[in-house]
Design a binder for this molecule. Structure first.
Ligand SMILES: Nc1nc2c(ncn2[C@@H]2O[C@H](COP(=O)(O)OP(=O)(O)OP(=O)(O)O)[C@@H](O)[C@H]2O)c(=O)[nH]1
Length: 378
């Protein structure tokens, strides 16, 4: 072989090696950028401390970050615990249409391991419940598990068939599934703890702490938006007699039933709380004193119109309640929200006192800005 030919071969080899090196370098750059993107996204997930924020990160931010046409989160929630939290947080299911609740785990083909991520072609028979609003070409289905319990699935959908294939390495995807599952369990637990700390265990309605906090927020909102809000103090009449005559268990049953009857008359945006003992407080948003009077009257009638079944009382027990109502129409912007909140509570309490004094089973209204009270026709 002549040296010229040898040189030619060496040059070609060299060229080939350089091109392979170039490919490897490019792949390393791509991997590096994937790692960086994943790390930044992990941080975003981990720093989300509330349910809404976490869901937004997954369903709104993620498609953009990872160039995906569709991301859905499907949760298994047989005992309705997560949906109850959403209701309490006032997160409507329509707000996140890619947040889904599954009645049971999806049926996977025998080839798919239930705990392993699935990467590949979209298969309608199995994957349709995970993509109700979009038809992807390829998908990555990530089972989210914590301590051997399946929480649900994070499902990534792409318009490109080659985006997710069974041959792809799954390390990034698995890591993502682990981070998402931990974050999800963490925010659900946080929200549960908050819920327990703000709920009255006997009746299941909000407790005094929640109502005071919420009232402050609504007064401040009323000041900003110049919108009215009202407050009702509701106290069961002669409740001591129920306890004395039928026992505390029956008294508790009455409290639970009264809470239900009040709740029935309210909108989702209103708040009901047990303030203590046999006293409930209702916060009515966007409600003038006239609105409050109408709703209070409905609640009064709803409580006494039919008897409550309790042990020992044949034919049930007829219960009545007295109600005091006060309003901020709208809240004065020159006073502090805390000050206005206290005034509103005080006025409603005074109105309740008057309702009791003037015979019970009636609604009394506090005139805004004054200490005077007007009787409401029962
Ligand atoms: N069963 C039960 N009773 C409670 C609870 N909390 C407070 N009570 C009782 O509620 C009763 C309140 O009695 P009072 O404040 O005298 O009021 P009342 O008998 O309703 O009379 P008026 O309000 O004046 O109509 C007391 O007997 C308390 O023991 C509770 O969680 N469960």
């Amino acid at each position: 072989m002549t040296s010229a030919v040898e040189t030619e071969i060496l040059l070609a080899d060299n060229q080939q090696l350089r091109s392979e090196l170039q490919d490897l370098l490019e792949q390393a750059h791509i991997n590096q950028s994937i790692i960086e993107r994943h790390q930044a996204f992990d941080l975003q997930l981990i720093s989300a401390s509330e349910f809404r924020e976490l869901i937004e990160t997954m369903l709104v931010a993620m498609p953009g970050t990872f160039n995906l046409e569709c991301v859905t989160l499907s949760l298994l929630d047989q005992d309705y615990a997560i949906q109850r939290i959403l209701r309490d947080l006032q997160i409507g299911l329509l707000e996140f249409r890619n947040l889904l609740f599954l009645p049971a785990r999806i049926g996977l083909p025998a080839s798919e391991h239930p705990e392993q991520p699935y990467l590949g072609e979209y298969q309608a028979a199995t994957h349709a419940p995970l993509f109700p609003h979009y038809l992807p070409a390829s998908v990555a289905i990530l089972p989210l598990t914590r301590q051997n319990r399946l929480l649900g699935y994070l499902s990534l959908g792409s318009a490109h068939a080659e985006r997710f294939t069974p041959q792809m390495a799954t390390d990034f995807i698995r890591r993502l599934a682990t981070v998402v599952a931990i974050c999800l369990e963490n925010v659900i637990n946080n929200e549960r703890l908050k819920h327990i700390g703000l709920t009255d265990p006997l009746t299941g309605v909000n407790n005094r702490r929640y109502i005071e906090q919420r009232l402050y927020e609504e007064v401040a909102r009323g000041q900003r938006e110049r919108s009215s809000l009202s407050c009702l103090f509701i106290d069961i009449d002669h409740f001591k007699r129920v306890n004395d005559q039928y026992g505390h268990q029956s008294g508790d049953d009455v409290l639970r039933e009264v809470a239900l009857r009040i709740k029935r008359e309210l909108r989702l945006s209103d708040a009901l709380g047990r303030f203590g003992g046999e006293e409930f407080v209702v916060l009515l948003t966007h409600a003038t004193l006239e609105d409050a009077a109408r709703i209070a009257e409905r609640i009064r009638a709803g409580i006494c119109n039919s008897s409550i079944t309790i042990e020992g009382a044949e034919g049930g027990l007829l219960i009545t309640a007295s109600i005091g109502a006060a309003a901020l129409t709208p809240p004065d912007r020159t006073r502090s929200a805390e000050d206005l909140k206290q005034t509103l509570l005080k006025q409603a309490d005074q109105a309740l006192y008057q309702a009791k004094e003037s015979g019970r089973n009636r609604v009394m209204l506090a005139i805004p800005g004054s200490e005077a009270l007007t009787p409401q026709q029962a």
